[in-house]
Ligand binder design. Structure first.
Ligand code: NAP
Length: 293
């Protein structure tokens, strides 16, 4: 019988997995991944067979710009500890989460799984990106553990981080729209993004936990269809209309980050044809309603 351990269970993705009630969700106090000794002690006590590693120092564009070094340092440290614990305690399957924002800044589109290391990432998030790229390398080198690297596009949904100083774009926009009368958007609104609803990602993780034919090392981009990529100004419009705001201003002096990161879900859907994606507009409105409540 497998024993599934999830790190980072209190975050956006972690919350979406709580419905799998027989999985373990230790808090960062019970399992502090920055602490090597306590990580090893925790694994020694619990002896998980499958690990879903979500924990990370995560943030939106402006947190990455401000904390590039801390992003590299903390994520490298957490990932080294978890990979080493999986090796030492003979975990059979490790699922880790990378991100499409770690791909090279300049490359062909759509992005596919073979392109992660093909050039430098966008300067805005090089600390986070290089640490995640190294996680791909670390997992490939594991000898006795099968590894799956999931590479999601921007995620959104209930239990996201809505703090304006560290949030990703959707929760930051929702917070501003709901709490401020004026709606000041940082950047031009012309960047393109594919947004994945967190429950759809939870379904992919659950499918991978139960996947028996897994090879030694697998990578899957987790993205909605390429034609569902949207301009940030489209997201702004939905939020504006749903919340009921009259005026929007765009602050063109702020960075847009990488212009686009169009990613292909071809391999994911060929391997798991039953994966479905929710309607973006509907789930965005659900997320706004959840935040307002
Ligand atoms: P999140 O909401 O920011 O949650 C981060 C989680 O990591 C929290 O549960 C936090 O626990 C935990 N954590 C932080 N430091 C820790 C430590 N030292 N020891 C143990 N746990 C620690 O993150 P998320 O948005 O759910 O992201 C989950 C994964 O998906 C991450 O690996 C992220 O890089 C990746 N990802 C996210 C997005 C996105 O748009 N959100 C997109 C692509 C990839 P505490 O609350 O106790 O600190």
């Amino acid at each position: 019988m497998s024993r599934v351990l999830v790190t980072g269970g209190s975050g956006l993705v972690g919350h979406s997995l709580h419905k799998y009630s027989d999985w373990l969700f230790p808090s960062s106090k019970e399992l502090d991944l920055l602490d090597h000794v306590s990580t090893m002690r925790y694994f020694d006590n619990i002896r998980p067979t499958i690990v879903v590693h979500l924990a990370a120092r995560v943030g939106g564009l402006y947190r990455n710009l401000n904390e590039n070094m801390e992003m590299f340092h903390d994520n490298m440290k957490m990932n080294l500890n978890i990979v080493q614990a999986c090796e030492q305690y003979k975990v059979t399957k490790l699922i880790v989460v990378l991100s499409t924002c770690i791909f090279p800044d300049k490359c062909e589109y759509p992005l596919d799984e073979s392109m992660i290391h093909m050039g430098p990432p966008h300067h805005s998030n090089e600390g986070y990106a290089y640490a995640k790229r190294m996680l791909e390398v670390q997992t490939k080198l594991l000898k006795n553990t099968k590894t799956i690297c999931l590479i999601p596009t921007n995620l959104f949904g209930p239990h996201d981080n809505f703090d304006l100083t560290t949030a990703h774009v959707i929760p930051a926009l929702i917070n501003k729209a709901v709490n401020n009368k004026t709606f000041n958007v940082l950047g031009s609104g012309r960047a393109l993004r594919q947004f994945l609803y967190v429950e759809d990602f939870a379904n992919i993780i659950h499918t991978c936990v139960n996947w028996e034919q897994v090879n030694e090392h697998e990578l899957f981009i987790c993205a909605p269809n390429e034609e569902d990529e949207v301009y940030i100004e489209y997201v702004v419009d939905i939020i504006k209309n749903h919340v009921g705001i009259d005026e929007i201003t765009y602050d063109m002096t702020c960075s847009d980050g990488q212009y686009k990161k169009t990613a292909s879900n071809k391999k994911l859907l060929e391997t798991f044809p039953n994966i479905k994606f929710s309607n973006f507009e509907e789930k965005l409105k659900d997320t706004i309603n959840w935040y307002i409540k």
